[in-house]
Design a protein around this ligand. Structure first.
Ligand code: FES
Length: 205
């Protein structure tokens, strides 16, 4: 038997009370260390408000003409509608000067852009490098906030004077471009930042 083995044998004895105190102290330090380190690690994780800014990707390839889906972006519902040609035409056939809100309310354009249907549609979305996407498809896509600009209710699809969106809470009528036409809502439904990251995926944010 070697000396090293004998030494190990001595450590193999039942731990004395003093050993136990050392072990217990070491354990406490290790746990205490973990609690001390955690706040620093936690600070490195994205804060909730940063996560809330995350983007949302929408697969538009399965959206048929006349179909609409609701997606969550920045914790708020948003309508994504692929409009019919008739819906686009009726939205374009409107004199902007006659609208209650003449601003496009489109974050892709900034303040002051007129509320034409072209300025409200996904024609204003950025297109990632190398992506090819049909103009008619871009013009047909409308993405808006799904919160009424009066007090935030979610309007009903395919209803109201314009057969588009109607907010039943206090009677606001939006047209097929998501523009307020009648009722107490003060503004058009807002349009988020959008990018076509492929021919079938539209990213919000
Ligand atoms: S919340 Fe929509 S009309 Fe009041």
């Amino acid at each position: 038997m070697t000396e090293a083995t004998q030494t190990n044998g001595a450590h193999g004895e039942e731990p004395s009370r003093r050993d136990f105190i050392y072990i217990a102290t070491g354990g406490t330090l290790a746990v205490g260390g973990a609690f001390t380190i955690w706040p620093f690690i936690d600070q490195m994780n994205p804060a909730a408000d940063v996560l809330a800014l995350a983007s949302t990707e929408v697969n538009i390839s399965e959206l048929e003409e006349g179909q609409e889906i609701t997606v969550i972006y920045r914790e708020s519902p948003h309508f994504v509608r692929r409009r019919t040609a008739a819906e686009v035409e009726s939205a374009r056939d409107v004199n902007v000067a006659s609208l209650p809100d003449r601003d496009a309310r489109n974050f892709n354009l900034g303040d002051g852009a007129p509320a034409t249907d072209e300025n409200r549609s996904a024609l204003t979305a950025e297109i990632a490098e190398g992506v090819e996407i049909d103009d008619a498809l871009r013009a047909s896509l409308l993405v808006t906030s799904a919160n009424c600009t009066h007090l935030g209710c979610v309007p009903t699809e395919g209803a109201g004077d314009y057969n588009a969106w109607f907010c039943p809470c206090h009677g606001s009528h939006y047209d097929t471009s998501g523009r307020i036409r009648r009722g107490p809502a003060p503004e058009n439904l807002s349009i988020p930042i959008m990018t076509f990251i492929s021919a079938s995926v539209l990213r919000l944010g």
